[in-house]
Design a protein around this ligand. Structure first.
Ligand code: SF4
Length: 360
């Protein structure tokens, strides 16, 4: 199995059959070696530094009904909200003072926060924070809308494909949504020039090993600049309320595979990972992640953006908990980077930075 891991590290690709073999291997030696190589690869490219992104959940209204999502249109128990532009700007200002140089505007596909509104919001953030990156995660839009947001100053866009397999996609989404359209959106984003992120939920209902192999092959060929991967976590008011959560071990294994596949990709240790287990974020970093996204949203609204139950949004998951986050990272030999952390194709020479502690 070490041979396969070495091959992935050196060539950044495997056959579908080899990915399947790697995913099936659950012995401690393979797991340890895979994580160690992914961790080393992340260190070689980024040093002992973790990029921070300030996450602003701009609204929880959504026209869609994804079966796994707590803020789906069909959930009547959600208290809906949408942040005003001024509130979003205030969040950015607070984040800037704390050291954030990337703002991530995330929300449902909201008919109220129209394309015009998003475009103007991006423009005012760009004007006030010319040195910051603006990331959007607002779902499927027309190519024209993506272009307008880009011209207004957005740099990055996150849109998980969730699952490549058509039947599985349809199991997770209502009939009016389509995996082909989702992938067309991803291609549009890349063509426009966004740093584009995609990704999957691990352990989503109906997911098989074959589906994961398809996802690996898709992400290998799509070459996203960002890869979002987290465990499926159930929400009590969805059709999947009683489905089991995704596996921590499998999520970490996939994260490590993605790191070896795309060494310079920006891979967050996701909130879902931190929600699954208290040290999930640290374990994600030690498996190859290099980004965390503390929550900058107004604290009064955070509980309303519940995509799944028991979502972590406070303590070191919160922007105001940066010192706690810094201490957690320090314990595993890392420190926070206030660089805006754009995607790079070349390794960073971290030896020129002032790290005083490094993991082995
Ligand atoms: S996953 Fe996204 S698009 Fe689907 S219902 Fe939830 S917020 Fe809407």
């Amino acid at each position: 199995m070490k041979q396969l891991i070495d091959q992935l590290r050196n060539e950044h690709r495997l056959s579908g059959e080899d990915y399947r073999t790697l995913l099936q291997a659950d012995d401690a030696e393979t797991t340890t070696y895979l994580q160690q190589e992914a961790h080393r690869t992340a260190l070689a490219h980024f040093g002992p530094e973790i990029y921070i992104r300030g996450l602003i959940e701009i609204g929880n209204r959504c026209r869609n009904n994804c079966l796994y999502c707590g803020i789906r249109k069909g959930n009547p128990s959600v208290a809906r909200y949408g942040l005003s532009r001024d509130t979003i700007l205030d969040c950015c200002r607070q984040g800037y003072v704390l050291g954030f140089r990337t703002f991530v505007l995330q929300g449902g596909e909201d008919p109220v926060q129209t394309d015009d509104w998003v475009e103007q919001t991006v423009a005012v953030i760009r004007q006030e924070f010319p040195d910051c990156a603006i990331t959007l995660s607002l779902g499927e839009k027309s190519c024209e809308a993506y272009e307008r947001f880009f011209r207004a100053g957005a740099n990055r866009y996150l849109l998980r494909h969730e699952t490549f397999n058509e039947a599985h996609y349809r199991h997770l989404h209502p009939a009016e949504m389509s995996p082909l359209h989702r992938r067309q959106c991803l291609q549009d984003l890349k063509d426009i020039g966004y740093q584009t992120g995609t990704g999957i939920m691990v352990g989503s209902p109906g997911q098989t090993l074959d589906h994961l192999v398809e996802d690996l092959l898709f992400i290998e060929s799509f070459r996203p600049e960002m890869i979002g991967i987290g465990p499926f976590l159930p929400h009590h008011a969805t059709p999947f309320a009683h489905e089991p959560a995704g596996s921590l071990e499998l999520t970490l294994k996939l994260l490590s595979i993605f790191r070896l596949m795309h060494p310079t990709a920006l891979i967050p240790a996701t909130t879902a990972l931190a929600s699954l287990t208290p040290d999930g974020r640290e374990r994600g970093i030690l498996a190859g992640a290099n980004v965390v996204m503390p929550n900058l949203s107004p604290s009064g609204e955070r509980s309303k953006y519940a995509l799944y139950d028991h979502k972590a949004a406070f303590g070191s998951e919160a922007a105001e908990g940066l010192q706690l986050l810094a201490r957690q990272l320090e314990r595993i030999g890392y420190r926070i980077s206030t660089d805006r952390g754009d995607y790079r194709t070349e390794p960073v020479d971290y030896r020129t930075t002032s790290a005083n502690s490094r993991p082995e």
